[in-house]
Design a protein around this ligand. Structure first.
Ligand code: SF4
Length: 451
């Protein structure tokens, strides 16, 4: 990290002025959690959070460095903050490319990498010193969050032990580093007590949780709780909130949490980033490659929990992907009946080993495959949602206005999946869980009425 303070010095701040920080958060939910941690720490020290650039003494930009397009977006966001405010601290995944940031924006005050919370806070202290006043240090018990009150991301680990060839996250964030189980549970319980109704469990590889800690136990409610996927899921399932698992890999031990979904302790939802289905492409991606076995596993999961919804993400146009590989992917997706899917056209990421692979797929082929993929995804989703019409289901309300409410089913994660429209239902509040009957479905969304 480097710090330069050649702009308006902190000593110029007026006496009695409450230091105020602006925050721009880019990237994935994991980056959002980092932003929340930094903001919580700063708020605890008495900083105010400015709603706009003009009111901020300093602006922190939490960047994303996953794809080149994300890096460009980060550079643009830094540029905007520089133009509008001029006192900018950069952090997050793109922060590891300090040279590139300094070349584009030489005036930034400080640059730090991902998870360097202390260094970011230190840089904010240098730019706008904290004011010690016990009466402004009032932070809600659950910390400060950037999500609505009724749902929250719960990060259980950082980093990743896998080495997928298209990905530089392990280079950016390091190997798997799990949080002790009682730390995770303390945070989860605090969130639920503060009114959170849905916990979204995130990491880079949720099912690997605890491997680095050798599944060490830590005390929770007078009992030892191992840092292991199943016991953690069981403990989370006792908190009385919806618990949704993201970034799970289809390892055999994932089978053990499916009964918890059937019992209603966890949501019947698994977010599994399969990335592809062709063994040759998976091998080139350096990912576990037996999708036939995975199909069998999915069938067994559905025997235990018929309502299970699986969301996934895929990459089309990976180097060496043939027409046959791509057709295999479409067939596999139909077979697996995936509820929701996201699809990326392969993009070479600076520093990723996949850049050295032969067989680059031309852009127009990538585009064509992407469109065909999304068409197939739409058909699969439409067929699945049509079967839900007439059923009575629970939904969680996200927004309400004069015309009705926008809600989500247990099969829909916020931001990335579909919605349930409750037209004319105005007597509900965000975070409320209500029973509805599904009256209509289209490709990705449902319409329902109160029962
Ligand atoms: S599992 Fe693969 S894609 Fe995901 S973070 Fe780890 S290396 Fe990257």
């Amino acid at each position: 990290m480097t710090i330069s303070l050649d702009k308006k010095p902190p000593s110029e701040q007026k006496r009695g002025h409450v230091p105020t920080v602006g925050f721009v958060s880019l990237g994935c939910p994991k980056a959002l959690v980092d932003s929340e941690r930094i903001l919580t720490k700063l708020r605890a020290e008495g900083y105010r959070v400015a709603p706009d650039y003009a009111g901020a003494d300093v602006v922190v930009v939490n960047t994303c460095g996953f794809l080149d397009s994300a890096k460009q977006e980060s550079l643009d966001a830094i540029g905007e903050a520089m133009a509008e405010n001029g006192r900018v601290i950069v952090t997050g995944c793109f922060g590891v490319e300090e040279g590139r940031i300094r070349e584009a924006h030489p005036g930034v005050l400080a640059i730090t990498g991902p998870h360097q919370y202390e260094q970011v806070v230190e840089a904010v202290h240098a730019a706008a010193p904290p004011k010690h006043d016990p009466f402004i240090d009032l932070v809600p018990a659950e910390g400060l969050r950037l999500t609505p009150r009724h749902y929250a991301y719960l990060k259980i680990s950082e980093g990743c032990n896998n080495r997928c060839t298209f990905c530089i996250i392990p280079q950016l964030r390091g190997d798997l580093k799990s949080r002790p189980s009682n730390h995770v549970m303390t945070e989860a319980e605090r969130l639920v007590k503060a009114g959170v109704k849905e916990l979204l469990v995130i990491s880079q590889d949720t099912s690997a949780y605890g491997l680095d800690l050798k599944y060490a136990e830590s005390p929770w409610k007078g009992q030892p709780l191992p840092a292991r996927f199943l016991p953690l899921c069981e403990a989370l399932g006792e908190l009385g909130a919806w618990v949704r698992l993201h970034y799970v890999y289809p390892y055999p031990h994932v089978d053990t949490v499916i009964p918890l979904m059937a019992e209603g302790k966890l949501l019947p939802y698994l977010d599994i980033p399969f990335q592809h289905a062709s063994p040759a492409v998976l091998k080139a991606m350096r990912r576990p490659g037996n999708q036939e076995k995975t199909l069998e596993r999915i069938r067994r999961w559905r025997d235990v929990c018929p309502d299970l919804a699986i969301r996934s993400t895929f990459i089309v146009g990976f180097p060496g992907e043939t027409d046959e590989d791509f057709e295999l992917l479409l067939d596999w997706m139909r077979e697996a009946e995936l509820a929701r899917v996201g699809c990326f056209r392969y993009e070479p990421v600076d520093g990723a080993p996949a850049n050295d692979l032969e067989g680059a797929v031309p852009q127009e082929v990538k585009d064509e495959r992407w469109h065909r993929f999304m068409e197939t995804a739409k058909e699969v989703s439409e067929k699945r949602l049509a079967k839900i019409v007439g059923r009575e289901i629970d939904v969680i309300v996200d927004e309400v206005d004069d015309e009705g409410a926008l809600a989500r089913s247990k099969w829909d994660a916020p931001e990335i999946d579909g919605s349930v429209f409750l037209n004319g239902v105005t007597d509900v509040k965000p975070g409320e869980i209500v029973s509805v009957r599904v009256t209509q479905a289209d490709d990705y969304d449902l319409w329902a009425e109160r029962v």
